[in-house]
Each structure stands twice: as structure tokens, then as C-alpha cells.
Design a protein around this ligand. Structure first.
Ligand SMILES: [Zn+2]
Length: 351
């Protein structure tokens, strides 16, 4: 049976819909506007809260449009043997890499119904999940669903350690709930969150029976963040790097010099991405070969501007941001504020 690959597009509010089902009505626009208004309120409230490094990302919610839609969920082929499923939440991309006996599933998704459907589709195809991978220890990349089965789920050693520490707090579900937009809270399956096995620190590839998947660990967005390079497919799975809708979001809790670390991570990706034809970001649009370079340059320009205090011009912030992504400007403001706080405390420490 052929895998269900449907030509699709994205509505302006980020929901992926089959081309044949695109139907923008006044009520859908009103609904999207209402969601955006709620999201903006939630964003402001959440940005006031403490910054727990494992939770901070996407606490601002973003796009939660139409998660009760009736259209079928779809897998979309982006390269030979590589498919994605894009969640309606923040254009979150799950990546599926086909191997001889089953698939590797990277960052499975957000909503329980989406992940369960993905699991069923893969089972129907006779391609069970034989391995999982979480690119980093933030909630939206650590989810799992019982229907995916009990394949080993991997992450870098640092990612697994961070997840373990977080789960050791008996109150972790309540802590995470505070960061999940209320619109989707009841639809996010938390039971199997973060149960990953850390690979040895020196591991350079994922141990599985399939195309070689190289681990490119770096210190940028989260502890133990890893991009994955599937060389023989020309695919880079970037985790929460190289997005066309999200600005670089720094790990402001764990690194001495977050900007330099982020720039070093971009150089690492640049060095690895020479022959990449497809980039799959954790959130946003899939990019072609030209986009790999363009996104690295765009993120580098953002970091340079942060470092040097330039006036920032970035299409992901301000009026040019995609509809539903206006909250990214708030993330930028919060980063600026935290960097100023860090610089001030450094000044005190050095005086
Ligand atoms: Zn994310």
C-alpha cells in the first residue's frame, strides 16, 4: 500500500491542509483571530514567569488553530525515504526515516490524535517504529504515544540527563501544564513524556538498522541539542534551529556565552550541510538546498545584531511575521532583556 502522501498547503494560520480541502471562510478567519488574541494574552502572561530551561520554549503557544479538524492527517514525503508530519501546533515537524525493518521517528509530534494517527498509518504500511529520537529536552520534542509501541527512544546524553532531572520532580506534570496553551492542554499526551535513553557522549550516530543518521550535537537552544544529518538522503533535521518562522531562541540558563555558543553551532551546521537538499526545522516550513544556506545566514545575522546591538531587521519579527506568529516579537524582547540582565550580573561579578 502506498504511504498516504497528499499534496498540501498551509493556511495562513499555519494549519496544514490537503490542497483539495482548502476552504477559508469568514468563520475560520474569525476563529483564527480569536485564537491569536488569546495567544497574545497567554504569551504576555507566560513571559512574566520564571524561566525553566526545559519548559521555556513555545510556552508562548503560537498557532493552535483548528485542532479538531476533520481532514485526514497526512504524511508528506520530503526526500527519498524521509517523510514528515506537521502538527497544527506551531508547525511542529515530526520526521520519519524509513529503514529496512521499520522507521526512525524524530520528535513525534504534539497532539495525541495526530501521533496516534501517525502510529496507525505506519503500522498499516508494515513500517513499525523501531527507534525514536528527541532532538532536545523541551516538552514539545519529548512526547510519545502508546500506539507508537515500545521502541528505544534516544537523545544525547545531555538531553536524557536534563529530561531525567525534570521528571524526578513529582510535580512535573503540573509544571509542564503551565506552559502548554490551554487550547490544547487536554490533547497533549504527557504520560510517556521524556522517557529517553541517553546515547554515550561520544556517539556520532543513532544506533539503528537504517540509513546512517549522524548526530550533530551543539550548545545552542537547549542542553544537549542535536541536529541529525541523513547524508545518503541529503536531509538535515535541524531540531529547533534554522526555522523560517521562529528566531533563534537562546539557551540563556546554561551557557557562559550563549551568543558565541549559538554562532559556533551555526558554523557546525554550516560545515555539515554542504550537500543537504532538504532542511526540516522543528517548527516551520521545510526548506530546500537554497534555504539551508539562507537560514544559516539569517540566523547568523540575528545573532550578530544581538551581539553588536545593531538595529534588528528580521522578517520573523514585527509586521512581516507570518500570521499567527506575532508572538515571536515577544520572545525577542524577552531575550534582549535576559541578555541585559546577564551582562549586568557579569559586570557586577567582574567589578
Ligand atoms: Zn520546539
Amino acid at each position: 500500500m502506498p504511504i498516504r502522501v497528499t499534496p498540501y498547503t498551509q493556511t495562513r494560520n499555519g494549519a496544514a491542509v490537503p490542497l483539495t480541502k482548502l476552504d477559508v471562510t469568514k468563520s475560520s478567519i474569525d476563529k483564527a483571530n480569536a485564537i491569536r488574541a488569546r495567544t497574545a494574552t497567554a504569551t504576555n502572561a507566560m513571559l512574566e514567569r520564571d524561566s525553566d530551561c526545559y519548559l521555556q520554549v513555545l510556552r508562548s503557544g503560537g498557532v493552535v488553530a483548528n485542532h479538531k479538524r476533520k481532514e485526514p492527517h497526512v504524511l508528506r514525503q520530503v526526500a527519498d525515504g524521509v517523510l514528515i508530519h506537521q502538527s497544527e501546533f506551531c508547525q511542529s515537524n515530526a520526521a520519519v526515516v524509513q529503514g529496512p525493518a521499520g522507521v526512525l521517528l524524530i520528535d513525534p509530534g504534539i497532539l495525541g490524535s495526530e501521533i496516534a494517527t501517525l502510529a496507525d498509518d505506519l503500522r498499516e504500511l508494515g513500517q513499525p517504529v523501531v527507534a525514536g529520537f528527541s532532538t532536545h529536552p523541551h516538552w514539545d520534542h519529548l512526547l510519545w504515544h502508546a500506539r507508537l509501541g515500545s521502541a528505544p527512544r534516544y537523545g544525547t546524553a545531555r538531553c536524557a540527563a536534563a529530561s531525567r532531572v525534570f521528571l524526578s520532580d513529582t510535580n512535573w506534570k503540573a509544571r509542564i501544564a503551565a506552559f502548554i496553551p490551554p487550547d490544547i492542554g487536554e490533547h497533549v499526551p504527557l504520560d510517556l513524556l521524556g522517557l529517553i535513553t541517553g546515547l554515550p557522549a561520544e556517539a556520532t550516530q543513532i544506533p539503528w538498522d537504517g540509513p546512517r543518521v549522524r548526530i550533530i550535537e551543539h550548545q545552542a537552544h537547549a542542553p544537549g541539542h542535536a541536529a541529525l544529518l541523513i547524508e545518503e538522503r541529503g536531509v538535515l533535521v535541524a531540531g529547533d534551529m534554522l526555522s523560517d518562522v521562529l528566531i533563534p531562541m537562546l539557551d540563556l540558563n546554561h551557557t557562559g556565552d550563549p551568543i558565541q555558543d549559538y554562532l559556533a553551532a551555526l558554523r557546525l551546521l554550516e560545515g555539515a550541510a554542504g550537500d543537504v537538499d532538504v532542511v526540516i526545522p522543528g517548527h516551520g516550513s521545510i526548506g530546500g538546498a537554497d534555504q539551508v544556506r539562507a537560514r544559516i545566514e539569517q540566523d547568523r545575522a540575528y545573532m550578530d545584531a544581538l551581539r553588536d546591538g545593531h538595529v534588528l531587521s528580521d522578517p520573523r519579527i514585527g509586521p512581516s511575521a507570518e500570521d499567527g506568529w506575532d508572538w515571536v516579537a515577544g520572545v525577542h524582547e524577552r531575550q534582549l532583556e535576559r541578555l541585559r540582565e546577564l551582562a549586568a550580573s557579569d559586570g557586577h561579578a567582574n567589578s
